[in-house]
Ligand binder design. Structure first.
Ligand SMILES: [Zn+2]
Length: 300
């Protein structure tokens, strides 16, 4: 009797399941597709000024996990389409730059063509100027500023892929120097970096991603150390930036490029890794190595 009842249930269930498999999925998929389409439509229809979306490289996630989308919302800044290369001071005719608020020759006040925010530090250091930096090993060195970068610091109000990264309101400056070096200020840290290496996403994932992830998960409070190229490094800071403006020779970065950074230290030795968001207006992923210096080591 028991077996007969089981077989009866089975005989009823098989056709029911078959009918369900054959007839139910199309409407279910259709409804799902409509919901997905509508959600996507609403998400793309918000009044954000600049939204850049790109597939995140797995720096902050365990390997094998599906990549998530990072949203970055930047402040829209009016930029002239063409910046004349030969701007002259209306008072003395001297050469001026589009960002100059004051003529370098006669000292008269100017209305800058590009009204950029001031970086937190080193605001007066401009391309073409000479800067003296006390190199921890070589002593005082004179460098020529060949490039200037203005970075926008980004942050997330809370963690998660749906939370956009937005400007904190802090701007920091970086300077390409001749002979080849890079001077960078980030928050209260100053770096003189004189070794440069191009990185691939593979290099970053292999050598740094797991440590950056560990540091991120601790809210940047854990002591995270790693070995790289014969030195032992300690994580100092990780974060995200956008390039607000760039001027000077040998430019390989573009305005609006978004990336992540890793700052690590080994005594007064410093490691700075720039990992640009792939796709669109990116930049070359770069590793810089050099020294942590103090503000008073920089004179111009
Ligand atoms: Zn002038």
């Amino acid at each position: 009797m028991f077996f007969e009842k089981s077989w009866l249930i089975c005989a009823v269930m098989v056709p029911v399941l078959l009918i369900a498999v054959i007839f139910l999925p199309p409407p279910v998929y259709l409804i799902g597709a409509i919901i997905a389409f509508a959600t996507g439509w609403i998400a793309s229809g918000t009044g954000e000024m600049v939204v850049e979306e790109a597939v995140n490289k797995p720096m902050n996630q365990p390997s094998g996990q599906r990549p998530i989308t990072t949203r970055v919302v930047l402040t829209e800044r009016k930029m002239p389409d063409n910046i004349p290369a030969d701007l002259k001071c209306p008072s003395c005719g001297g050469d001026i730059k589009p960002t100059d608020k004051k003529c370098a020759f006669c000292g008269s006040s100017l209305v800058p063509l590009l009204d950029l925010p001031e970086p937190a530090k080193l605001g007066g250091l401009e391309t073409g100027k000479t800067v003296r930096v006390v190199h921890p090993r070589k002593g005082p060195q004179d460098y020529q500023v060949s490039r200037r970068l203005l970075f926008t610091e980004l942050w997330q109000a809370s963690r998660g892929p749906q939370v956009p990264w937005t400007p904190t309101g802090n701007y920091f400056a970086g300077f390409g120097l001749e002979p080849a070096a890079y001077l960078l200020n980030w928050q209260d840290r100053f770096y003189l970096l004189d070794e440069r290496r191009a990185l691939t996403d593979m290099d970053i994932n292999r050598d740094f991603a797991q440590y950056a992830q560990k540091f991120a998960q601790s809210n940047q409070t854990a002591r995270v150390e790693f070995s790289y190229d014969g030195e032992r490094w300690k994580m100092v800071d990780i974060g995200r930036f956008a390039i607000e403006f760039e001027e000077g020779e040998g430019s390989h970065l573009h305005k609006g490029a978004v990336g992540r950074f890793i700052h690590a230290a080994s005594g007064n030795r410093a490691l700075v890794i720039d990992d640009f968001q792939s796709g669109g207006q990116g930049g070359q992923d770069t590793l810089w190595r050099g020294f942590l210096i103090i503000e008073s080591d920089i004179t111009f």
